[in-house]
Design a protein around this ligand. Structure first.
Ligand code: NAP
Length: 291
């Protein structure tokens, strides 16, 4: 296949595993590394080569995709990958890392001669599995050739936001989008918690707003999770809490006070302390009640 590339995926959690599978399906030579090896090993059946270290995974890679928990984890993995990195390779950095993490990642890319693309994604587990993520990307023109077959395999659309990945243009938009995602999730959880407290049938609430200006698909997705007591994670409480903190910090750094994001961060912290950290973020519902 003309566009077959050697692609390393560092981090095969909920999102990275789904992205790696789609890269395998698209015919790329995919190498995977994960801190907990079992999650990478599960991808061997899809045709991925399992690497014991980040350096082994990236050796010979045209494109390196990082999909780790946060900026420090991505930076650590890419530092460890150093001995295997090929100058000129493209680093697609898709971890939601936050604004402050961008300069050190862009600096590492410069040191290693990598072409850095700030490339966070919109969409959760389901879209990731279907290859329908929306990728927000900022990076130099020279990255687009090698990056495009990878972006096509993992997403339905790429929104290019300029040529300098080091300014964090894509990450800033990602934080804006996630502030909305977390606001809806927190709002849905609190509305359902209030319904429970007031002895209101939550289905009556969903029915009352159905089809009108207050309705929203995501309200139903998260409400169904709560009402079905099904917290199979698409986006965990722990990861959502990390993102809420990144949003608050970014606001503070730019003189913007974000009370809802701060309240959401506190709810995720409380839900995690109650033992719901690995559940879907809809479990922020539990933060409305004593453990
Ligand atoms: P996840 O399933 O929890 O996966 C996190 C990954 O990071 C795992 O591979 C984990 O390794 C690894 N990791 C964590 N700390 C590490 C460390 N210190 N060193 C090395 N590896 C480390 O999370 P996810 O949902 O796939 O999210 C991955 C990234 O995508 C996050 O930045 C998240 O904000 C972002 N994102 C998520 C979604 C979503 O809906 N889930 C959507 C868009 C963006 P182990 O397996 O060893 O723990």
């Amino acid at each position: 296949m003309a566009d077959q590339l050697a692609v390393a995926v560092l981090g095969t959690g909920i999102m990275g595993a789904a992205m790696a599978r789609n890269l395998c399906r698209a015919g790329h030579d995919v190498r995977v590394w994960n801190r907990t090896p079992a999650k990478a090993e599960a991808l061997a059946a899809d045709g991925a080569r399992v690497a014991a270290t980040p350096a082994e995974a990236v050796t010979g890679a045209d494109v390196v995709l990082t999909m780790l928990y946060d900026g420090p984890a991505a930076l650590e993995a890419m530092t460890a990958a150093g001995p295997g990195l090929r100058p000129g390779a493209v680093w697609l950095q898709s971890t939601t890392a936050g604004v402050e993490a961008i300069p050190s990642m862009a600096g590492l890319a410069r040191q290693q001669g990598l072409v850095f693309v700030d490339a966070p994604v919109l969409g959760t587990k389901g879209p990731a599995e279907k290859g329908q993520l929306v990728i927000l990307a900022a990076g130099p023109e020279e990255a687009r050739g090698p990056a495009t077959p990878v972006l096509d395999a993992i997403g339905s659309r790429t929104v290019w936001l300029g040529e300098d990945g080091g300014t964090g243009a894509a990450t800033r938009l990602k934080l804006v989008c996630n502030s909305w995602v977390l606001a809806i999730t927190g709002g849905a959880a609190e509305a359902l918690a209030l319904a429970k407290g007031l002895d209101v049938d939550p289905r009556h609430f969903l029915d009352a707003v159905s089809g009108g200006g207050l309705d929203c698909g995501y309200l139903h997705v998260k409400s169904d999770a709560i009402l079905d007591d099904d917290y199979d994670p698409s986006f965990t409480v722990v990861t959502a809490g990390k993102d809420a903190r990144l949003i608050v910090e970014a606001g503070e750094a730019h003189g913007v006070r974000l009370d809802l994001a701060a309240a959401n961060a506190e709810r995720f912290r409380r839900a995690e302390a109650q033992g719901h950290g690995d559940k879907d973020m809809a479990a922020t519902y539990f933060a409305s009640f004593d453990a």
